[in-house]
Write a protein that binds this ligand. Structure first.
Ligand code: ATP
Ligand code: MG
Ligand code: MG
Ligand code: MG
Length: 474
């Protein structure tokens, strides 16, 4: 059964509404109540205080389609974009939440009903994981749902593998935590990858679609786990991953939204081969960049704005690689707002501004891009070993506006890596020189600094020099 991404979003929210859930709007990508968080990266973020019992709402069940960005910060999928079938910098997370209302039994039951009845997925393509000691979840999956024991995989704490499953969730070192159960879809043995819990699980054959977190304990400072009086449920399903399944394709980059964006990107860049990886990167990056700007983030040299700037510059570089003549990136905002369906309405309202910001940023960077690339490629041609020295990475950053990850992206394409420590050392030396010279005007620190408690409240058209200024309220 084919379903468009927009149809899936509606079906999910309607299904959980029919199960007594309040439909809640997606919150901003800039977290309102959590200064420790770079960008909203999960559906539960806006409900954090409700889970903690600090905020009371007039419902105990909620559902949402939350826009998320995982670039920079704790969850960073930027380096995966273009390389895996399943990672984006921007994606939408469908979620259902119970605040001390239902628990494991209903959460698992709803997930199964949605997947196998509403979406009519064949049960034998689904594999689930549980936390190693969570016998309760095992019993529900095995006895009530009827999944054979050999398709219920017990998984413990992450042993450090980059994407490997970690089936115990915690908000921080102390506080609410608990086991997870994740649902994977088997895309077929023609695709490389192993079942979850095997060394090959980072392949793209078995793709994780839905994580169900059972908040069950309150971890104390001394490490003891106190059972929560009212356990809660937090779930998240990436809409692009389920769309791939419903549209009969393997990669997220082949779904309706990405087909359109890749086609548009190819047209504005002037490039024919739609399977090119750089087109995927551009199509991915326009989503994070456009939505971040619409949510009030402006390109800058620090904090959130610097992450945005880095993503824009990466996209521009990939377009340049395909031969783009002149600015192109901003032209994708319109097609994006259109193809996002109900999730594109807010973007449409801001379209002109988003385009303007992107165009200015792209224009600025394109002035130094070619020169920087020439220097970088020369350095790579003459490299001794396979690591690019930190001084060169710094020079590209300082003089040509190349964020270190962009330099790394180019180097990686040619089989090299960069000396990150050497870059940091050169940065520190630069900061010291600036301090010695009594120059506090420019902040070269690209560490993530998050301003506490700022609320975006719109744009002023210009600051008098043709630059758009985001307005914040403390
Ligand atoms: P993975 O192991 O594939 O990186 P995850 O375990 O990091 O995923 P969760 O934190 O459990 O993901 O998020 C819940 C769901 O959100 C995932 O099951 C997946 O469907 C989706 N998701 C997570 N990260 C991304 C991403 N970068 N792009 C698209 N969808 C994502
Ligand atoms: Mg991940
Ligand atoms: Mg995972
Ligand atoms: Mg997960």
């Amino acid at each position: 059964m084919y379903m468009s991404t927009d149809e899936i979003r509606r079906a999910y929210l309607a299904f959980f509404e029919s199960k007594g859930h309040q439909i809640v709007e997606s919150s901003s990508l800039v977290p309102a109540n959590d200064p420790t968080l770079l960008f909203t990266n999960a559906g539960m973020n806006q409900f954090k205080d409700t889970f903690l019992g600090l905020e009371k709402r007039n419902y105990t069940r909620a559902t949402s389609a939350q826009r998320c960005v995982r670039a920079g910060g704790k969850h960073n999928d930027l380096e995966n974009v273009g390389f895996t079938a399943r990672h984006h910098t921007f994606f939408e997370m469908l979620g259902n939440f119970s605040f001390g209302d239902y628990f494991k039994h209903d959460a698992i039951g709803y997930a199964w009903e949605f997947l196998t009845k509403e979406l009519q997925l064949p049960a034998d393509r689904l594999v689930v994981t549980i936390y190693e000691s969570d016998d309760e979840a095992f019993e529900i999956w095995n006895k009530e749902i009827g999944i054979p024991a050999d398709r219920i995989v017990r998984i413990g704490d992450n042993k450090g593998a980059p994407f490997a499953s970690d089936n115990f969730w915690q908000m921080g070192d102390t506080g609410p935590c608990g086991p997870c159960t994740e649902i994977f879809y088997d895309h077929g043995d023609h695709i490389w990858g192993g079942r979850p819990g095997t060394p090959e699980e980072d392949g793209d054959r078995f793709i994780e679609i839905w994580n169900n977190v059972f908040m069950q304990f309150n971890r104390q400072a001394d490490g003891t786990m106190e059972p929560l009086p009212k356990p809660s449920v937090d779930t998240g399903m990436g809409i692009e991953r389920i769309a791939a399944i419903m549209q009969g394709v393997h990669s997220n980059y082949e779904i309706d939204i990405f087909k359109t964006l890749i086609k548009e990107a190819a047209a504005v860049i002037g490039y024919d081969d739609l399977s090119n990886q750089s087109l995927r990167v551009v199509a991915d990056h326009i989503r994070s960049c456009a939505y971040l700007i619409a949510d009030g983030v402006m390109p800058s040299n620090e904090g959130r704005g610097y992450v945005l700037r880095r993503i824009i510059r990466r996209a521009v570089r990939h377009g340049n690689k395909l031969g783009a003549q002149g600015v192109f990136f901003y032209k994708l905002v319109g097609p994006l707002a259109e193809i996002m369906g109900t999730a594109g309405v807010e973007l449409k309202a801001q379209q002109e501004l988003v385009e303007k910001v992107l165009k200015i940023e792209e224009d600025n960077f394109s002035r130094t891009l070619d020169r920087g690339l020439t220097i970088l490629n020369e350095a790579l041609d003459n490299i001794d070993g396979n690591v690019l020295d930190g001084e060169t990475v710094f020079k590209l950053y300082d003089t040509y506006g190349f964020p270190a990850d962009l330099t790394n992206d180019v180097a990686r394409e040619r089989g090299f890596s960069i000396d990150e420590d050497g870059f940091e050392t050169a940065m520190a030396a630069q900061r010291q020189r600036a301090r010695d010279a009594g120059n506090f005007g420019v902040d070269y620190n690209d560490a993530i600094k998050v301003d506490a408690e700022t609320t975006f409240c719109g744009y002023s058209a210009t600051d008098g020099e043709g630059v758009i200024v985001a307005l914040y309220r403390d």
